[in-house]
Ligand binder design. Structure first.
Ligand SMILES: Nc1nc2c(ncn2[C@@H]2O[C@H](COP(=O)(O)OP(=O)(O)OP(=O)(O)O)[C@@H](O)[C@H]2O)c(=O)[nH]1
Length: 310
C-alpha cells in the first residue's frame, strides 16, 4: 500500500469515527501527536466540542487554555501529550462548571418560611409538566409536602396532564378555567398552601417562545404577583445550542435562578451545560434522565466531565 492510500484509509477511519460519535481522544489512535501536529489536534478537538453542543465561545476558551498548557512543553511520547491534554481539558471545564454552584434546593426549602414557591417555565414541549411531577415526587421522598398550581391555562389538556400526575402522586392540585388567569390559579394555590401548612408550591406555566410577546408579558405578571423563591428554567438538551439562546432570552425577560435540563437520557453530551455556566453564570441544578418519576437527578460536575469525554 503506498503512502497516499494509507493516509486515505486513516482519513476514512476518522470520518467513520466522527459519524459514530467517537471519543475526543480517539485522535490518538490514528497518529502519534508531535508538537508540530498540535494544530491538527486542536482542529479535531474543536470539531468534537462543537459536536457535543459546547458553544463556539466556550470551545475557543477551552482550546486557548489547552494551547497555553501545551505549546513550549517537551512531549516525548503521545501518552504524555494525551495526559497533558486530558488534564488541561478537565481543569478548564471543571473551572467553568464549578464557578456557579447550584444551591441545595431541599436545604433552602427546609430553612425558608412556608410555603416555598417555585415557578417553572420554558418553551413548548421541553418537559415542564413531566419535570414538575418528578420534582413533586422528589419533594415527597424527602418528606416535604407540596401543592401544584396548574397555571398553564393556555394549552388544551395541559391541566388534565398535570391532574393525572397529581393523582398518581397523591398531591393536591389547583386548576383554573381554560383560558383563565394563570396568576389567579397560582394565587389560589399559594393561599391553599398557607391554610393547609404545605411546604412547597410548584407553579406550572404555559410553554412560550420569544415570539409570544403576550405570553411572555403574562409570565412576568405571574412572577410579579406570586413572588417565587425560585425561578426554574426548563431546557431540552436535545435542543443543543438553541437551549442557550432560549436561556439568554428568558434571562433578559424574566430572569431565572436554576436550570433543569431534560431528556439527557437521549444520547446527548450536554455541552450546553458549559455554555450556560460560562456565558450566563447559570448553574444546572437537575437533569431529567427518563420519563418516570424517579428520573430526575441532581447535576454532578464529575459525572458530566466523564460523559463529555466518554
Ligand atoms: N426521554 C425523556 N423524555 C422526557 C423527559 N422529560 C420529559 N420528557 C418527555 O417529553 C415530552 C414533553 O413533555 P411535557 O412535560 O409534556 O412538556 P411540556 O414542556 O410541559 O410541554 P408543553 O406543556 O406543551 O409546553 C413528553 O413525552 C415527556 O414524557 C426526560 O428527561 N427524558
Amino acid at each position: 500500500m503506498n503512502q497516499s492510500t494509507t493516509s486515505e484509509v486513516k482519513e476514512e477511519s476518522k470520518e467513520e469515527e466522527k459519524k459514530s460519535g467517537g471519543s475526543i481522544f480517539d485522535v490518538f489512535r490514528y497518529k502519534e501527536i508531535k508538537e508540530k501536529d498540535i494544530e491538527d489536534f486542536i482542529e479535531e478537538l474543536r470539531y468534537q466540542l462543537l459536536e457535543s453542543d459546547v458553544s463556539f465561545e466556550v470551545t475557543e476558551k477551552i482550546l486557548e487554555d489547552l494551547k497555553e498548557n501545551i505549546i513550549g512543553k517537551k512531549v516525548r511520547r503521545s501518552e504524555d501529550l494525551e495526559r497533558i491534554v486530558k488534564d488541561s481539558l478537565k481543569k478548564s471545564i471543571t473551572e467553568i462548571i464549578t464557578k456557579n454552584k447550584p444551591m441545595n434546593v431541599l436545604e433552602e426549602i427546609k430553612k425558608s418560611t412556608k410555603p416555598y414557591i417555585i415557578i417553572f417555565f420554558g418553551i413548548n414541549g421541553v418537559g415542564k409538566t413531566t419535570t414538575i411531577a418528578k420534582f413533586a415526587y422528589m419533594l415527597k421522598k424527602n418528606g416535604l409536602s407540596c401543592i401544584i398550581s396548574a397555571s398553564d391555562t393556555f394549552r388544551a389538556a395541559a391541566q388534565e396532564q398535570l391532574e393525572i400526575h397529581a393523582r398518581n402522586l397523591e398531591i393536591p392540585l389547583i386548576k383554573g378555567k381554560y383560558g383563565g388567569d394563570p396568576a389567579s390559579v397560582a394565587y389560589d394555590a399559594i393561599r391553599a398552601a398557607k391554610s393547609r401548612g404545605i411546604d412547597v408550591v410548584l407553579i406550572d406555566t404555559a410553554g412560550r417562545m420569544h415570539t409570544d410577546t403576550d405570553l411572555v408579558n403574562e409570565l412576568k405578571r405571574v412572577v410579579n404577583i406570586t413572588r417565587p423563591n425560585l425561578k426554574i428554567l426548563v431546557l431540552d438538551s436535545l435542543g443543543g445550542n438553541d437551549a442557550l439562546e432560549q436561556a439568554k432570552y428568558f434571562e433578559n425577560n424574566v430572569g431565572f435562578d436554576l436550570v433543569i435540563l431534560t431528556k439527557v437520557d437521549a444520547d446527548v453530551k450536554g455541552g450546553v451545560i458549559l455554555s450556560l455556566a460560562y456565558e450566563l453564570n447559570k448553574p444546572v441544578g437537575y437533569l431529567g434522565v427518563g420519563q418516570t418519576y424517579d428520573d430526575l437527578i441532581p447535576f454532578n460536575a464529575e459525572w458530566f466531565i466523564q460523559r463529555l469525554f466518554s
